[in-house]
Design a protein around this ligand. Sequence first.
Ligand code: TRP
Length: 467
Amino acid sequence: METAKESRPATASDAAHGPRKREAFATGLGVLAATIGSAVGLGNIWKFPGMTGQNGGAAFVIVYLVCTVLVGLPVMISEQMLGRRARKDAVNTLRELAPRRQPWWLIGAAGGLAAFLIMAFYSEVAGWVFAYVYKSVSGSILSTDPATNSAVFGDLTGSAWEALFWQWLVLAWVGVIIMMGVAKGIERVTKRLLPLLLLLLIIVCVRSVTLDGAGDGISFLLKPDFSKVTGAVVLAAMGLAFFKLSVGMGTMITYGSYFKDEQNIPMTATRVMLADLSVSLLAGLAIFPAVFAFGFDVDAGPSLLFITIPAVFASMPGGDFFVVVFFVLTAIAATGAMLSIVEVPVAFLSEQFRMSRKVATLLTLGLLAIVGAPAALSMGELSDVTIFGKTFFDLYDYASSNVLLPLGGMFMCLFVGWVWGFDKVKRALSNDGKLNNSRAITVFFTLVKYVTPLLVLLVLLDGLNII
Ligand code: TRP
């Protein structure tokens, strides 16, 4: 059970790029923990339930599962494979592995943009979680009355100063951790506390499904009604699959570059996917039965987590205590995910421009404070300002999950399937013949060459109303 990163001996290519020490995960379990730490976050506890509620329940969940297996997983395997081969940041990995003068590194550049857009709204939602930790310690936020719970959340998101304060606090918190270079520390913390989050989620689930009137919520999650599934809904589900597995923008390339040579990548990626799905489904079971039992709005979207979870805790003994623990654990899960987002531009800036990690971090977070502010103010001062009919918050979310990540993922598949080719893939994924997994590799390669890119393209064109 060791997750510490250890520095790898310098190689010739390190020397060519200056004295940058590259880190590597020490053990297979460490790799798994760190990768799950990136995948599991607000996506499971906030985004998945919010979107499932807005898009009609079970049918959306099924489309999301299909996208996760046919799109998310192949892209994750591709990214980790490329990153481990090149052992560089996302942009330079693609630059190095591509034939001369083919601009595949642009995928990495688009990923950098996606990282900023995602962090801009993610840090705000994380800010709300931090605020709820504070509020639940300092005075009770527990009530089973929908009106009271919505009012508490509305006051928080509607006040410019509160919204900005919590977002900047989160950015500072992430900055401090990244700068201290204690990836070690956060990995240890995440690894120990994620199981605790899982345990607490199970407790909340049990409470939620045993409430009077919970049955409607359970059937909402289990009985599909495909009449609500439009092209836009399928695109949203696919975007969520990308977002959830942290793929399409280079996070998994960056993490793959820290993997060990012996790591079984297809197996690791599959385990990460299964762990991530379990957390999402548990979060759904914690939230929906309570939504129906207490008569909340199932399509509340982004506010769903913040109005139902306090209600579930309000209805159980010791709720005052558990609600604090719940939001603390959520804050920790969100932190692990944010570190993996910010790591992408920070690794690029420091590798490309030989900046110190500290300067790269300050630059990234300074920019984020500027780009993020309009998202923070989207539910208050700037709620009337819309672009393409969306607030800044929604626009950042939509442009990253529904456009940039799918495009990035599609081009990565095309690169692996058509440029890199089967022989290199086979060598990379079988660890130079040491693993006996040729069946899995063949399935993966067929997906990545034909199925996944075509699927992404069709869903994109249909979801964006181009066809
Ligand atoms: N997967 C994380 C979550 O669900 C968010 C995340 C972390 C992410 N790194 C990413 C999303 C990279 C897209 C790309 O909360």
